[in-house]
Design a protein around this ligand. Structure first.
Ligand SMILES: Nc1ncnc2c1ncn2[C@@H]1O[C@H](COP(=O)(O)OP(=O)(O)OP(=O)(O)O)[C@@H](O)[C@H]1O
Ligand SMILES: [Mg+2]
Length: 240
């Protein structure tokens, strides 16, 4: 594993405005969080509901901005980039999978997977189709490539979402409760896929999860509590 981090969180703090009429205080969610994320590692983010796990993931994926702090990618603070540069960074470098698949209804599995490439790469359409077919095949959906999203089962839809997140070969895959809507069998399939794809493709994988089986498959487990990372448990003692 590389010595220098892929992404570093430096003193990241996040507050939200309270929507409650009685409260004028901002709600502090993260306070001075420092954390290094290395190439290829797998991390589970765990903690009680409402502690800021999704918020942290959104900041790492630059979907949300902190009130304070830097997010370093190489020597660059990603929050110094303008909106276009940031969108390009996300498209090229980051894959997202959420609890709900967010596939476009009315479009086929492969059309859904092709979208990030059509928007963000200079590849020919032929190459984009080939890459999209290959990743759909890899997630076990060779027989569903030309089926419409809404005709697929929940497990299949989530595997299309995973293929879409990976088709640009991102450096980092961010998954927020990726199997939260799936039954046990489908969850186990997606959990195995995540681990296998990390090993095959080498992308960093960060999963927010309440699922202890999924968390146990990750190399590192990070617990958030009281606006801080309070515990980092690694299976590989030579990291960090
Ligand atoms: N856009 C927002 N505006 C105001 N408050 C917000 C916003 N987003 C999140 N919060 C608050 O921030 C806190 C942390 O939310 P977050 O979604 O990160 O928690 P979580 O750890 O992912 O919880 P869960 O395990 O239930 O998904 C919650 O109290 C939530 O209500
Ligand atoms: Mg959450």
């Amino acid at each position: 594993m590389d010595k220098s981090p892929l992404i570093s969180l430096k003193s990241i703090s996040k507050k939200f405005k309270s929507s409650a009429k009685v409260s004028v205080e901002d709600i502090e969610i993260l306070k001075d969080v420092d954390f290094d994320i290395y190439k290829g590692e797998t991390i589970a983010v765990v903690g009680a509901s409402g502690t800021g796990k999704s918020t942290l993931l959104h900041i790492v994926g630059t979907l949300d901005r902190p009130n304070q702090g830097r997010l370093l990618f190489g020597n660059k603070n990603l929050f110094d980039l303008d909106a276009d540069e940031l969108a390009r960074f996300r498209n090229r470098r980051v894959g997202f999978v959420f609890q709900f698949h967010h596939l476009l209804q009315g479009f086929t599995a492969i059309e859904n997977v092709m979208i990030p490439c059509m928007m963000g790469s200079n590849l020919s359409k032929k190459k984009i189709i080939a890459n999209s077919e290959a990743i759909l095949e890899r997630v076990g959906l060779k027989h569903r490539i030309y089926h419409r999203a809404e005709d697929l089962s929940g497990g299949e839809q989530q595997r299309v979402a995973l293929a879409r997140a990976l088709v640009m070969n991102p450096d980092i895959l961010l998954a927020d409760e990726p199997t939260g809507n799936l039954d046990k069998n489908n969850s186990i399939q997606v959990h195995s896929l995540l681990v296998e794809l990390n090993q095959e493709l080498g992308m960093t994988l960060i999963v927010v999860t309440h699922n202890s089986e999924l968390a146990s498959l990750m190399q590192k487990s990070v617990t958030i509590q009281d606006c801080k990372i309070v515990d980092v448990v690694g299976k590989n003692s030579n990291e960090n």
